[in-house]
Design a protein around this ligand. Structure first.
Ligand code: FAD
Length: 389
């Protein structure tokens, strides 16, 4: 592993100082408190300010089109994390916007992209359905041709951020008779169309997500992305990005693991519990368990790419309860509750860890991907065992 420190040029150091100052001004305690309260992982005023200052464009565009250099991209990512910028909705928007850029008709790209960069347009992921999400190709939401346009009926589960977005990246089935990967068509569906209903769901860690119903939603043909029944080609890019199946650049300027951001909650909890118990550690078992949690955390944070995604979420699940146990009964009180041990950091980790191993693909699905695609062990076989005749 490369632990080299990057020496910043004067210009890059100035960029870092300016980014830090800018974020400190706009991401206030009140923004963070409100974000915890709503579970939105999004703040419109912050997002619009980032757009107006050009940070969204810098992040979206490649370097040769005026986007950040590799160094500045890394600085920007780290500064955003330090400031706890609400981030989920921009994460989905940037993935979808790239697909719109690649597969949208020119008039759709012109309608949408400038507003993505200014922050006025946000996009969410309409993949998962109430009856099953891991295999998203088994999509039941139907889009049927109707004159010049389409009529959409169905429902999507866990459409995170839909209530703060203007469009959803919607998987539909346009040919139920076809093999599943040849039956899909992608839409960039405006969420303000009649027949779209968004209902909030709160998850155990306090995040807000949504179930979205689509009832006879009429949409113009221009919102189709790519070719009809060839939605899988449109989906591949964002899915690969989410699954970490894109090759990393070996310059040390990006996260080691995918979903490393989420690992920040784990290091916050380990640090908070260590700070609480360290001054009085005279019990060998406490020191041992704290040390074991810290070592497991470091190992998971140092595990690369797709393996790291599994290691991080699994380690969060494993050490969360241990940290709470070390911190004692007051660790059951959540953040900002008077008397909470470690200010609720390990309690939050405990509630967040299960979700971190579900969204973007469950740990079981990721383990299968490693077995199949990295270790070449073949497809898992779920057929019942053969009985001797
Ligand atoms: C907080 C949160 C936010 C989310 N945000 C979004 C979003 O914005 N957009 C969106 O579309 N979805 C979103 N999701 C949905 C998420 O992607 C799915 O929950 C996930 O892909 C699993 O699908 P499922 O819940 O339908 O479970 P299922 O696929 O029904 O799985 C049930 C169980 O079976 C196991 N399983 C399934 N298939 C396999 C397999 N092939 N091998 C081994 N085990 C398997 C799973 O691991 C799981 O334990 C979100 C989920 C959460 C919790």
């Amino acid at each position: 592993m490369d632990f080299t420190r990057v020496e910043l040029s004067d210009d890059d150091a100035a960029f870092q100082a300016e980014a830090r100052r800018f974020l400190a001004d706009i991401v206030t305690d009140e923004v963070r408190r409100r974000d915890r309260e709503t579970g939105d992982n999004f703040d419109e005023a912050v997002h619009l300010a980032l757009g107006a200052a050009g940070y969204l464009e810098g992040e979206y565009q490649p370097e040769d089109r005026g986007g950040f250099t590799r160094i500045r991209r890394r600085i920007w990512e780290l500064e955003k994390r330090r400031a706890h910028v609400p981030w989920v909705t921009w994460g989905t928007t940037i993935m979808v916007a790239r697909s719109v850029g690649a597969f949208g008709r020119p008039e759709l790209v012109a309608e949408v992209l400038p507003k993505v960069l200014s922050g006025h347009v946000r996009m969410c992921l309409g993949y998962t359905e109430p009856e099953g999400g891991s295999d998203i190709a088994t999509c039941k939401t139907r889009a049927v041709r109707d004159g010049d346009g389409w009529v959409i009926n169905g429902s999507k589960m866990f459409t995170t951020g839909a209530h703060n977005c203007q469009y959803t990246f919607l998987i539909t089935n346009t040919d139920p008779q076809a093999p599943k990967h040849k039956s899909l068509t992608m839409f960039l569906l405006p969420l303000d169309l009649p027949g779209v209903e968004i209902q909030g769901i709160r998850t155990i860690d306090g995040d807000r997500t949504n179930i979205v119903y689509y009832s006879d939603v009429r949409v113009d043909d221009k919102y189709v992305l790519g070719d009809v029944n060839n939605g899988w080609a449109v989906l591949r890019g964002p899915l690969d990005a989410e699954h970490g199946a894109v090759a990393g650049i070996p310059d040390g300027l990006q996260d080691i693991a995918i979903m490393a951001h989420q690992g920040g909650f784990m290091s916050a909890a380990v640090d908070a519990v260590a700070a609480q118990v360290a001054p009085t550690v005279d019990d060998g078992s406490v020191a041992y368990r704290l040390g074991r949690s810290a070592a497991r955390m470091e190992a998971s944070l140092s595990t690369p790419s797709i393996f790291g995604r599994v290691a991080l979420a699994q380690t969060m699940r494993d050490i969360g309860p241990d940290l709470m146990d070390i911190a004692g009964p007051a660790s059951m009180l959540p953040i900002e509750t008077p008397g909470a041990a470690d200010d609720g950091a390990s309690e939050y980790l405990y509630r967040f860890a299960p979700l971190a191993g579900i969204y973007g693909g469950t740990l079981e699905v990721f383990r299968n991907m490693i077995a199949q695609h990295v270790l070449a062990l073949g497809k898992p076989n779920y057929s019942p065992p053969r009985t001797a005749s």
